[in-house]
Design a protein around this ligand. Structure first.
Ligand code: HEC
Length: 495
Protein backbone atom coordinates (compact mmCIF):
# COMPACT_ATOMS: atom_id res chain seq x y z
CA UNK A 1 0.00 0.00 0.00
CA UNK A 2 2.74 2.38 1.00
CA UNK A 3 4.71 1.72 -2.19
CA UNK A 4 1.62 2.26 -4.27
CA UNK A 5 0.95 5.54 -2.55
CA UNK A 6 4.55 6.67 -3.00
CA UNK A 7 4.53 5.67 -6.61
CA UNK A 8 1.32 7.59 -7.08
CA UNK A 9 2.71 10.69 -5.42
CA UNK A 10 6.01 10.68 -7.26
CA UNK A 11 4.25 10.13 -10.55
CA UNK A 12 2.11 13.14 -9.82
CA UNK A 13 4.98 15.38 -8.83
CA UNK A 14 6.86 14.32 -11.92
CA UNK A 15 4.03 15.51 -14.14
CA UNK A 16 4.54 19.10 -15.13
CA UNK A 17 2.38 21.81 -16.53
CA UNK A 18 2.12 20.29 -20.04
CA UNK A 19 0.31 17.29 -18.66
CA UNK A 20 -2.99 18.91 -17.77
CA UNK A 21 -4.85 16.04 -19.42
CA UNK A 22 -2.97 13.36 -17.48
CA UNK A 23 -3.29 15.27 -14.21
CA UNK A 24 -7.02 15.58 -14.87
CA UNK A 25 -7.22 11.79 -15.32
CA UNK A 26 -5.36 11.22 -12.07
CA UNK A 27 -7.02 13.82 -9.89
CA UNK A 28 -10.44 14.65 -11.25
CA UNK A 29 -11.76 11.89 -13.49
CA UNK A 30 -12.59 9.48 -10.65
CA UNK A 31 -15.43 11.81 -9.71
CA UNK A 32 -16.05 13.97 -12.78
CA UNK A 33 -15.65 11.15 -15.33
CA UNK A 34 -12.97 10.60 -17.96
CA UNK A 35 -15.32 12.22 -20.48
CA UNK A 36 -16.12 15.08 -18.08
CA UNK A 37 -19.77 14.05 -17.84
CA UNK A 38 -19.69 13.07 -14.17
CA UNK A 39 -18.57 9.64 -12.96
CA UNK A 40 -20.89 6.75 -12.08
CA UNK A 41 -23.53 7.64 -14.63
CA UNK A 42 -23.83 11.26 -13.56
CA UNK A 43 -24.00 10.86 -9.78
CA UNK A 44 -21.22 13.47 -9.73
CA UNK A 45 -21.58 16.82 -11.48
CA UNK A 46 -20.22 17.22 -15.02
CA UNK A 47 -17.33 19.48 -15.96
CA UNK A 48 -18.06 19.22 -19.70
CA UNK A 49 -20.23 22.23 -20.52
CA UNK A 50 -20.35 23.34 -16.87
CA UNK A 51 -20.84 27.09 -16.43
CA UNK A 52 -18.86 26.77 -13.18
CA UNK A 53 -15.70 26.51 -15.29
CA UNK A 54 -16.55 29.46 -17.47
CA UNK A 55 -15.66 33.13 -17.33
CA UNK A 56 -13.12 34.12 -14.74
CA UNK A 57 -10.88 31.16 -13.73
CA UNK A 58 -10.99 32.25 -10.09
CA UNK A 59 -14.20 30.40 -9.22
CA UNK A 60 -12.85 26.99 -10.34
CA UNK A 61 -9.41 27.66 -8.82
CA UNK A 62 -10.99 28.38 -5.45
CA UNK A 63 -13.11 25.22 -5.69
CA UNK A 64 -10.14 23.01 -6.55
CA UNK A 65 -7.99 24.51 -3.77
CA UNK A 66 -10.54 24.54 -0.98
CA UNK A 67 -13.32 22.15 -2.04
CA UNK A 68 -17.08 22.71 -2.32
CA UNK A 69 -19.95 21.41 -0.23
CA UNK A 70 -23.67 22.00 -0.45
CA UNK A 71 -26.56 22.12 -2.93
CA UNK A 72 -25.63 23.18 -6.44
CA UNK A 73 -27.16 22.92 -9.88
CA UNK A 74 -25.19 22.10 -13.01
CA UNK A 75 -26.72 21.79 -16.49
CA UNK A 76 -30.25 21.17 -15.31
CA UNK A 77 -29.42 18.76 -12.50
CA UNK A 78 -29.13 19.25 -8.80
CA UNK A 79 -26.34 17.88 -6.56
CA UNK A 80 -25.79 18.13 -2.86
CA UNK A 81 -22.38 16.55 -2.30
CA UNK A 82 -18.91 17.46 -1.14
CA UNK A 83 -15.75 17.88 -3.17
CA UNK A 84 -12.62 17.50 -1.04
CA UNK A 85 -10.05 20.31 -1.16
CA UNK A 86 -7.02 19.59 -3.35
CA UNK A 87 -4.72 22.30 -1.97
CA UNK A 88 -2.56 19.86 -0.01
CA UNK A 89 -2.31 17.39 -2.88
CA UNK A 90 -1.70 19.53 -5.93
CA UNK A 91 0.95 22.17 -6.58
CA UNK A 92 0.01 25.50 -8.11
CA UNK A 93 1.39 24.70 -11.57
CA UNK A 94 -0.50 21.39 -11.56
CA UNK A 95 -3.78 23.08 -10.67
CA UNK A 96 -3.11 25.66 -13.37
CA UNK A 97 -2.44 22.88 -15.92
CA UNK A 98 -5.59 20.97 -14.98
CA UNK A 99 -7.81 24.03 -15.12
CA UNK A 100 -6.27 25.19 -18.39
CA UNK A 101 -7.00 21.69 -19.73
CA UNK A 102 -10.62 21.47 -18.58
CA UNK A 103 -11.30 25.08 -19.64
CA UNK A 104 -10.23 24.22 -23.20
CA UNK A 105 -11.65 20.67 -23.48
CA UNK A 106 -15.14 19.48 -24.52
CA UNK A 107 -15.65 22.50 -26.72
CA UNK A 108 -14.79 25.04 -24.01
CA UNK A 109 -12.72 28.00 -25.12
CA UNK A 110 -11.87 29.73 -21.84
CA UNK A 111 -8.60 31.51 -21.13
CA UNK A 112 -5.73 29.56 -19.53
CA UNK A 113 -5.13 29.69 -15.77
CA UNK A 114 -1.51 30.42 -14.82
CA UNK A 115 0.48 29.02 -11.89
CA UNK A 116 0.97 32.58 -10.76
CA UNK A 117 -2.78 33.17 -10.52
CA UNK A 118 -3.19 29.96 -8.49
CA UNK A 119 -0.36 31.01 -6.14
CA UNK A 120 -2.08 34.34 -5.51
CA UNK A 121 -5.49 32.74 -4.91
CA UNK A 122 -3.91 30.12 -2.63
CA UNK A 123 -2.31 32.90 -0.55
CA UNK A 124 -5.47 35.02 -0.50
CA UNK A 125 -7.66 32.10 0.66
CA UNK A 126 -5.05 30.53 2.98
CA UNK A 127 -7.07 30.91 6.14
CA UNK A 128 -10.44 30.29 4.54
CA UNK A 129 -12.27 27.45 6.28
CA UNK A 130 -12.67 24.53 3.93
CA UNK A 131 -14.72 23.76 1.92
CA UNK A 132 -16.63 26.65 0.32
CA UNK A 133 -20.38 26.69 0.49
CA UNK A 134 -22.14 27.31 -2.85
CA UNK A 135 -23.62 30.54 -1.42
CA UNK A 136 -20.21 31.90 -0.66
CA UNK A 137 -18.55 31.05 -3.93
CA UNK A 138 -21.50 32.21 -6.05
CA UNK A 139 -21.67 35.42 -4.10
CA UNK A 140 -18.02 36.08 -4.94
CA UNK A 141 -18.23 34.73 -8.49
CA UNK A 142 -21.77 34.63 -9.92
CA UNK A 143 -22.13 32.21 -12.80
CA UNK A 144 -22.12 33.66 -16.31
CA UNK A 145 -25.48 33.82 -18.01
CA UNK A 146 -25.86 30.88 -20.34
CA UNK A 147 -27.19 30.84 -23.85
CA UNK A 148 -30.71 29.48 -24.04
CA UNK A 149 -32.18 27.25 -26.77
CA UNK A 150 -34.13 30.26 -28.11
CA UNK A 151 -32.52 31.18 -31.43
CA UNK A 152 -33.30 33.95 -33.94
CA UNK A 153 -35.44 35.58 -31.29
CA UNK A 154 -37.14 38.89 -32.06
CA UNK A 155 -39.35 40.95 -29.81
CA UNK A 156 -42.12 43.34 -30.76
CA UNK A 157 -43.64 45.83 -28.37
CA UNK A 158 -47.23 47.08 -28.56
CA UNK A 159 -48.90 49.86 -26.61
CA UNK A 160 -52.59 49.92 -25.83
CA UNK A 161 -55.12 49.98 -23.06
CA UNK A 162 -56.60 46.49 -23.59
CA UNK A 163 -58.51 44.70 -20.81
CA UNK A 164 -57.04 41.34 -21.92
CA UNK A 165 -54.39 39.88 -24.22
CA UNK A 166 -55.28 41.32 -27.65
CA UNK A 167 -54.85 39.66 -31.05
CA UNK A 168 -51.32 40.85 -31.67
CA UNK A 169 -51.33 39.74 -35.31
CA UNK A 170 -53.82 42.57 -36.00
CA UNK A 171 -51.78 45.29 -34.29
CA UNK A 172 -48.87 47.39 -35.41
CA UNK A 173 -45.80 47.13 -33.17
CA UNK A 174 -44.12 50.22 -31.73
CA UNK A 175 -40.73 48.60 -32.22
CA UNK A 176 -39.08 45.36 -33.31
CA UNK A 177 -35.79 44.12 -31.91
CA UNK A 178 -33.46 41.16 -32.17
CA UNK A 179 -32.86 39.46 -28.83
CA UNK A 180 -29.47 37.79 -29.16
CA UNK A 181 -29.48 36.72 -25.54
CA UNK A 182 -32.31 34.29 -26.25
CA UNK A 183 -34.02 35.54 -23.10
CA UNK A 184 -37.51 36.94 -22.76
CA UNK A 185 -37.15 40.27 -21.04
CA UNK A 186 -39.60 43.10 -20.52
CA UNK A 187 -37.07 45.38 -18.84
CA UNK A 188 -36.91 47.66 -21.86
CA UNK A 189 -40.68 48.13 -22.03
CA UNK A 190 -41.39 51.75 -22.96
CA UNK A 191 -43.77 52.20 -20.05
CA UNK A 192 -44.89 50.46 -16.87
CA UNK A 193 -48.48 49.63 -17.74
CA UNK A 194 -50.68 48.87 -20.74
CA UNK A 195 -48.25 47.20 -23.10
CA UNK A 196 -47.83 43.86 -24.85
CA UNK A 197 -44.92 41.84 -26.22
CA UNK A 198 -44.66 39.31 -29.01
CA UNK A 199 -41.54 37.16 -29.23
CA UNK A 200 -40.87 34.90 -32.19
CA UNK A 201 -37.99 32.59 -32.92
CA UNK A 202 -36.90 28.97 -32.79
CA UNK A 203 -36.72 26.66 -29.84
CA UNK A 204 -33.70 24.52 -30.67
CA UNK A 205 -34.38 21.11 -29.11
CA UNK A 206 -31.00 19.57 -28.27
CA UNK A 207 -32.17 15.94 -28.42
CA UNK A 208 -35.30 13.95 -29.31
CA UNK A 209 -37.84 13.33 -26.58
CA UNK A 210 -40.42 14.68 -24.19
CA UNK A 211 -40.19 18.40 -23.33
CA UNK A 212 -41.99 20.20 -20.53
CA UNK A 213 -42.81 23.90 -20.54
CA UNK A 214 -43.97 26.08 -17.67
CA UNK A 215 -45.54 29.51 -18.09
CA UNK A 216 -46.45 32.16 -15.55
CA UNK A 217 -47.25 35.82 -16.12
CA UNK A 218 -48.45 39.07 -14.67
CA UNK A 219 -50.78 39.57 -16.38
CA UNK A 220 -51.53 37.20 -19.35
CA UNK A 221 -49.38 35.15 -21.74
CA UNK A 222 -49.63 32.45 -24.41
CA UNK A 223 -47.05 30.12 -25.94
CA UNK A 224 -47.30 28.47 -29.34
CA UNK A 225 -44.87 25.83 -30.59
CA UNK A 226 -44.88 24.79 -34.25
CA UNK A 227 -48.03 26.85 -34.70
CA UNK A 228 -50.03 25.07 -31.96
CA UNK A 229 -51.11 26.73 -28.77
CA UNK A 230 -49.33 24.96 -25.93
CA UNK A 231 -49.88 27.14 -22.86
CA UNK A 232 -51.96 30.05 -21.73
CA UNK A 233 -52.13 32.10 -18.55
CA UNK A 234 -55.35 34.11 -18.71
CA UNK A 235 -56.70 37.20 -17.06
CA UNK A 236 -55.20 39.71 -14.70
CA UNK A 237 -53.18 38.62 -11.70
CA UNK A 238 -49.84 38.16 -10.01
CA UNK A 239 -46.94 35.99 -11.17
CA UNK A 240 -46.76 34.08 -7.91
CA UNK A 241 -47.05 30.51 -9.14
CA UNK A 242 -50.77 30.24 -8.38
CA UNK A 243 -51.82 30.79 -12.02
CA UNK A 244 -48.89 29.07 -13.75
CA UNK A 245 -49.56 26.46 -16.44
CA UNK A 246 -47.40 23.61 -17.63
CA UNK A 247 -47.61 21.27 -20.57
CA UNK A 248 -45.50 18.73 -22.43
CA UNK A 249 -44.90 17.68 -25.99
CA UNK A 250 -42.55 15.44 -28.00
CA UNK A 251 -39.97 17.25 -30.06
CA UNK A 252 -37.54 16.10 -32.72
CA UNK A 253 -34.02 17.51 -32.44
CA UNK A 254 -33.52 20.88 -34.10
CA UNK A 255 -35.46 24.13 -34.44
CA UNK A 256 -39.19 24.46 -33.68
CA UNK A 257 -41.00 27.73 -34.32
CA UNK A 258 -41.97 29.36 -31.02
CA UNK A 259 -44.26 32.33 -30.46
CA UNK A 260 -44.82 33.92 -27.09
CA UNK A 261 -47.44 36.58 -26.47
CA UNK A 262 -47.57 38.64 -23.32
CA UNK A 263 -49.66 41.50 -22.04
CA UNK A 264 -49.43 43.76 -19.01
CA UNK A 265 -52.49 45.58 -17.73
CA UNK A 266 -51.44 47.51 -14.62
CA UNK A 267 -49.32 47.27 -11.51
CA UNK A 268 -46.56 44.69 -11.35
CA UNK A 269 -45.50 42.92 -14.52
CA UNK A 270 -43.58 39.79 -15.42
CA UNK A 271 -43.33 36.73 -17.60
CA UNK A 272 -41.60 33.47 -16.73
CA UNK A 273 -41.13 30.61 -19.18
CA UNK A 274 -39.30 27.46 -18.09
CA UNK A 275 -38.40 24.29 -19.97
CA UNK A 276 -37.15 20.85 -19.11
CA UNK A 277 -35.82 18.40 -21.67
CA UNK A 278 -35.13 14.66 -21.56
CA UNK A 279 -32.77 13.68 -18.71
CA UNK A 280 -33.10 17.10 -17.06
CA UNK A 281 -34.38 17.10 -13.50
CA UNK A 282 -34.59 20.84 -13.03
CA UNK A 283 -36.26 23.69 -14.91
CA UNK A 284 -34.16 25.98 -17.06
CA UNK A 285 -35.45 29.47 -17.86
CA UNK A 286 -36.07 31.20 -21.17
CA UNK A 287 -37.03 34.38 -19.34
CA UNK A 288 -35.29 36.86 -17.13
CA UNK A 289 -37.82 36.29 -14.36
CA UNK A 290 -38.60 32.93 -12.83
CA UNK A 291 -41.62 31.61 -11.03
CA UNK A 292 -42.23 28.97 -8.44
CA UNK A 293 -41.86 25.49 -9.94
CA UNK A 294 -43.61 23.56 -7.24
CA UNK A 295 -40.91 22.65 -4.78
CA UNK A 296 -39.44 26.13 -4.55
CA UNK A 297 -35.91 27.15 -3.80
CA UNK A 298 -35.27 27.02 -0.10
CA UNK A 299 -35.77 30.49 1.23
CA UNK A 300 -32.54 32.16 2.36
CA UNK A 301 -33.61 35.59 3.61
CA UNK A 302 -30.83 38.14 3.57
CA UNK A 303 -31.29 40.58 6.42
CA UNK A 304 -29.37 43.45 7.94
CA UNK A 305 -28.54 43.09 11.61
CA UNK A 306 -30.04 45.55 14.12
CA UNK A 307 -27.19 47.98 13.72
CA UNK A 308 -25.52 47.11 10.44
CA UNK A 309 -26.55 47.24 6.78
CA UNK A 310 -26.05 44.25 4.51
CA UNK A 311 -24.81 44.30 0.91
CA UNK A 312 -26.10 41.96 -1.79
CA UNK A 313 -24.39 41.92 -5.17
CA UNK A 314 -26.45 39.95 -7.61
CA UNK A 315 -29.08 40.44 -10.30
CA UNK A 316 -32.01 42.35 -8.84
CA UNK A 317 -35.24 42.70 -10.82
CA UNK A 318 -35.57 46.28 -11.99
CA UNK A 319 -31.89 47.17 -11.49
CA UNK A 320 -29.12 47.04 -14.08
CA UNK A 321 -26.68 44.13 -14.18
CA UNK A 322 -24.17 45.76 -11.83
CA UNK A 323 -26.74 46.43 -9.15
CA UNK A 324 -25.54 46.72 -5.58
CA UNK A 325 -28.29 45.93 -3.13
CA UNK A 326 -28.16 47.49 0.33
CA UNK A 327 -30.54 46.42 3.09
CA UNK A 328 -30.50 48.90 5.95
CA UNK A 329 -31.71 48.28 9.49
CA UNK A 330 -35.28 49.52 9.90
CA UNK A 331 -36.62 47.98 6.68
CA UNK A 332 -35.39 50.42 4.07
CA UNK A 333 -33.60 49.11 1.01
CA UNK A 334 -31.73 50.38 -2.00
CA UNK A 335 -30.48 48.95 -5.30
CA UNK A 336 -27.71 51.20 -6.56
CA UNK A 337 -26.35 50.81 -10.08
CA UNK A 338 -22.60 50.90 -10.63
CA UNK A 339 -23.33 51.23 -14.35
CA UNK A 340 -25.53 54.26 -13.90
CA UNK A 341 -24.22 55.84 -10.66
CA UNK A 342 -27.83 55.94 -9.59
CA UNK A 343 -30.32 54.58 -7.10
CA UNK A 344 -32.49 52.46 -9.40
CA UNK A 345 -34.87 50.98 -6.86
CA UNK A 346 -35.83 51.67 -3.30
CA UNK A 347 -38.25 49.60 -1.24
CA UNK A 348 -39.39 48.97 2.29
CA UNK A 349 -39.73 45.86 4.44
CA UNK A 350 -37.80 42.71 3.68
CA UNK A 351 -34.58 43.07 1.71
CA UNK A 352 -33.78 40.10 -0.58
CA UNK A 353 -34.17 36.34 -0.62
CA UNK A 354 -30.92 34.72 -1.73
CA UNK A 355 -32.43 31.25 -2.06
CA UNK A 356 -32.94 31.42 -5.78
CA UNK A 357 -29.53 32.86 -6.73
CA UNK A 358 -27.60 30.73 -4.37
CA UNK A 359 -29.21 27.40 -5.14
CA UNK A 360 -30.14 27.80 -8.79
CA UNK A 361 -26.75 28.51 -10.33
CA UNK A 362 -27.20 32.21 -9.65
CA UNK A 363 -28.91 32.81 -12.98
CA UNK A 364 -31.70 35.31 -13.43
CA UNK A 365 -33.02 38.38 -11.73
CA UNK A 366 -34.55 38.14 -8.29
CA UNK A 367 -37.27 40.54 -7.20
CA UNK A 368 -36.90 42.53 -3.98
CA UNK A 369 -38.47 40.64 -1.08
CA UNK A 370 -40.21 43.67 0.42
CA UNK A 371 -42.93 46.17 -0.47
CA UNK A 372 -43.43 49.65 -1.92
CA UNK A 373 -40.83 49.04 -4.61
CA UNK A 374 -40.23 52.29 -6.48
CA UNK A 375 -38.19 52.27 -9.68
CA UNK A 376 -36.49 55.63 -9.71
CA UNK A 377 -34.24 55.66 -12.73
CA UNK A 378 -33.08 53.71 -15.78
CA UNK A 379 -30.24 55.70 -17.29
CA UNK A 380 -26.98 57.22 -16.13
CA UNK A 381 -27.37 59.85 -13.42
CA UNK A 382 -24.06 61.48 -14.30
CA UNK A 383 -22.75 63.07 -17.51
CA UNK A 384 -21.22 60.84 -20.20
CA UNK A 385 -17.68 59.71 -19.39
CA UNK A 386 -18.31 59.31 -15.66
CA UNK A 387 -16.49 56.38 -14.06
CA UNK A 388 -17.57 54.27 -11.10
CA UNK A 389 -14.90 54.33 -8.39
CA UNK A 390 -16.37 51.77 -5.99
CA UNK A 391 -17.83 52.26 -2.56
CA UNK A 392 -16.79 52.42 1.06
CA UNK A 393 -18.71 51.23 4.07
CA UNK A 394 -18.77 53.08 7.37
CA UNK A 395 -18.81 51.26 10.72
CA UNK A 396 -22.57 50.61 10.36
CA UNK A 397 -22.15 49.18 6.88
CA UNK A 398 -23.64 52.25 5.17
CA UNK A 399 -22.18 52.74 1.71
CA UNK A 400 -20.70 55.83 0.12
CA UNK A 401 -20.49 55.37 -3.64
CA UNK A 402 -17.87 57.28 -5.57
CA UNK A 403 -17.80 58.30 -9.20
CA UNK A 404 -15.40 60.43 -11.15
CA UNK A 405 -16.59 63.12 -13.53
CA UNK A 406 -13.65 64.83 -15.19
CA UNK A 407 -11.45 66.12 -12.38
CA UNK A 408 -14.29 66.08 -9.86
CA UNK A 409 -15.43 63.22 -7.63
CA UNK A 410 -19.09 62.72 -6.77
CA UNK A 411 -19.68 61.08 -3.40
CA UNK A 412 -23.08 59.55 -2.79
CA UNK A 413 -23.60 58.43 0.83
CA UNK A 414 -26.71 56.51 1.93
CA UNK A 415 -28.01 55.66 5.37
CA UNK A 416 -31.34 54.98 7.04
CA UNK A 417 -33.00 58.16 8.30
CA UNK A 418 -33.90 58.31 11.96
CA UNK A 419 -37.38 59.80 11.68
CA UNK A 420 -39.61 57.03 12.97
CA UNK A 421 -40.94 55.97 9.56
CA UNK A 422 -39.20 54.28 6.66
CA UNK A 423 -36.90 56.81 5.05
CA UNK A 424 -33.44 57.04 3.55
CA UNK A 425 -30.94 59.85 3.80
CA UNK A 426 -28.64 60.57 0.91
CA UNK A 427 -25.72 62.97 1.10
CA UNK A 428 -24.42 64.09 -2.27
CA UNK A 429 -21.19 66.01 -2.49
CA UNK A 430 -18.73 67.00 -5.16
CA UNK A 431 -15.05 67.26 -4.38
CA UNK A 432 -12.06 68.12 -6.51
CA UNK A 433 -12.08 70.79 -9.13
CA UNK A 434 -13.85 71.60 -12.35
CA UNK A 435 -17.34 72.53 -13.42
CA UNK A 436 -20.55 71.96 -11.52
CA UNK A 437 -21.95 68.44 -11.99
CA UNK A 438 -25.51 67.68 -12.99
CA UNK A 439 -26.89 64.73 -11.03
CA UNK A 440 -30.14 63.16 -12.22
CA UNK A 441 -32.45 62.15 -9.38
CA UNK A 442 -35.04 60.41 -11.55
CA UNK A 443 -35.47 59.92 -15.28
CA UNK A 444 -38.68 57.91 -15.34
CA UNK A 445 -40.99 59.27 -12.68
CA UNK A 446 -43.34 62.17 -12.81
CA UNK A 447 -41.90 64.84 -10.53
CA UNK A 448 -43.89 67.63 -8.90
CA UNK A 449 -43.11 70.13 -6.18
CA UNK A 450 -45.31 69.65 -3.12
CA UNK A 451 -46.63 72.49 -0.96
CA UNK A 452 -43.85 71.99 1.53
CA UNK A 453 -41.26 72.29 -1.24
CA UNK A 454 -40.41 68.59 -1.43
CA UNK A 455 -40.23 66.72 -4.73
CA UNK A 456 -43.00 64.17 -5.21
CA UNK A 457 -42.07 61.30 -7.52
CA UNK A 458 -45.33 59.89 -8.93
CA UNK A 459 -46.83 60.53 -5.51
CA UNK A 460 -45.06 57.33 -4.38
CA UNK A 461 -41.91 58.82 -2.99
CA UNK A 462 -41.12 62.25 -1.54
CA UNK A 463 -37.67 63.79 -1.55
CA UNK A 464 -36.82 66.57 0.85
CA UNK A 465 -33.72 68.41 -0.38
CA UNK A 466 -31.40 70.69 1.58
CA UNK A 467 -28.38 72.50 0.19
CA UNK A 468 -29.46 72.45 -3.46
CA UNK A 469 -32.54 72.85 -5.63
CA UNK A 470 -33.91 70.24 -7.99
CA UNK A 471 -35.41 71.13 -11.34
CA UNK A 472 -37.56 69.06 -13.66
CA UNK A 473 -37.62 69.02 -17.45
CA UNK A 474 -39.89 66.39 -18.94
CA UNK A 475 -39.13 63.11 -17.18
CA UNK A 476 -35.74 64.25 -15.89
CA UNK A 477 -35.44 65.64 -12.39
CA UNK A 478 -31.92 66.72 -11.51
CA UNK A 479 -29.83 68.95 -9.32
CA UNK A 480 -26.49 70.57 -9.99
CA UNK A 481 -23.65 70.67 -7.47
CA UNK A 482 -20.45 72.70 -7.66
CA UNK A 483 -17.22 71.37 -6.15
CA UNK A 484 -17.43 71.90 -2.39
CA UNK A 485 -21.23 71.89 -2.36
CA UNK A 486 -23.18 69.32 -0.32
CA UNK A 487 -26.84 68.39 -0.72
CA UNK A 488 -28.76 66.29 1.79
CA UNK A 489 -31.78 64.42 0.48
CA UNK A 490 -34.34 62.52 2.52
CA UNK A 491 -36.45 59.93 0.67
CA UNK A 492 -39.80 59.10 2.25
CA UNK A 493 -42.44 56.70 1.01
CA UNK A 494 -46.05 57.72 0.69
CA UNK A 495 -47.46 55.72 3.61
C1 HEC B 1 -13.67 12.94 -4.66
C2 HEC B 1 -14.44 13.38 -5.78
C3 HEC B 1 -13.98 14.62 -6.53
C4 HEC B 1 -12.74 14.90 -7.05
C5 HEC B 1 -11.50 14.04 -6.98
C6 HEC B 1 -12.87 16.18 -7.71
N1 HEC B 1 -14.13 16.67 -7.57
FE1 HEC B 1 -14.82 18.40 -8.31
N2 HEC B 1 -16.59 18.08 -7.42
C7 HEC B 1 -16.93 16.93 -6.73
C8 HEC B 1 -18.25 17.07 -6.20
C9 HEC B 1 -18.98 16.02 -5.38
C10 HEC B 1 -18.69 18.34 -6.58
C11 HEC B 1 -20.03 18.98 -6.24
C12 HEC B 1 -20.00 19.49 -4.81
C13 HEC B 1 -21.38 19.94 -4.33
O1 HEC B 1 -22.38 19.37 -4.77
O2 HEC B 1 -21.42 20.85 -3.56
C14 HEC B 1 -17.64 18.93 -7.37
C15 HEC B 1 -17.72 20.18 -8.00
C16 HEC B 1 -16.78 20.67 -8.86
C17 HEC B 1 -16.93 21.88 -9.64
C18 HEC B 1 -18.15 22.77 -9.69
C19 HEC B 1 -19.35 22.04 -10.29
C20 HEC B 1 -19.18 21.56 -11.71
O3 HEC B 1 -19.60 20.44 -11.99
O4 HEC B 1 -18.63 22.25 -12.57
C21 HEC B 1 -15.78 22.04 -10.34
C22 HEC B 1 -15.45 23.15 -11.30
C23 HEC B 1 -14.91 20.93 -10.00
N3 HEC B 1 -15.55 20.14 -9.10
C24 HEC B 1 -13.65 20.74 -10.53
C25 HEC B 1 -12.82 19.69 -10.18
C26 HEC B 1 -11.50 19.51 -10.71
C27 HEC B 1 -10.86 20.39 -11.74
C28 HEC B 1 -10.99 18.41 -10.09
C29 HEC B 1 -9.60 17.85 -10.21
C30 HEC B 1 -8.55 18.68 -9.74
C31 HEC B 1 -12.00 17.90 -9.20
N4 HEC B 1 -13.10 18.71 -9.28
C32 HEC B 1 -11.85 16.80 -8.40
C33 HEC B 1 -16.15 15.83 -6.52
C34 HEC B 1 -14.83 15.74 -6.86
Amino acid sequence: MLTRLLLFLSLATALSAQDGGQLFTLYCSACHGADGNGATGGAFPPLAGSPWLKGDGERATKIVLRGLEGPIQVLGNRYNLAMPPQSAVLADDQIAAILTHVRSSWGHAESPVTADQVTKIRAATADHPMPWTPEEILHLHPLPLEKTPLKNLTSQVFLGDWPQLPDLSKLKPESVEEEHSGILSIKQAPRKDHFAYLWQGDFEAPVEGQYYFLLDADDSARVYIDGKRLLEVRGIGAMDGTRKKSSKLKLTPGPHAIRIEFFEFMGNEGIALGWKGPKMNEWEWLSESHTSTGPQWPSIPIEPSVDRAVIYRNFINGASARGIGVGFPGGVNLAYSADHFAPELVWTGKFMDGGHHWTDRGVGYEAPAGEHVVEISNESALPAGAKFRGYQLDAAGNPTFAAQVGSATVLDAWRPAAIGQPALTRKLSVTGSGKAVKIVLSDILNAKATQSGDVSLNGQLFIHIEGAKASTTGEITALTLSPGQIATLTYRWNP
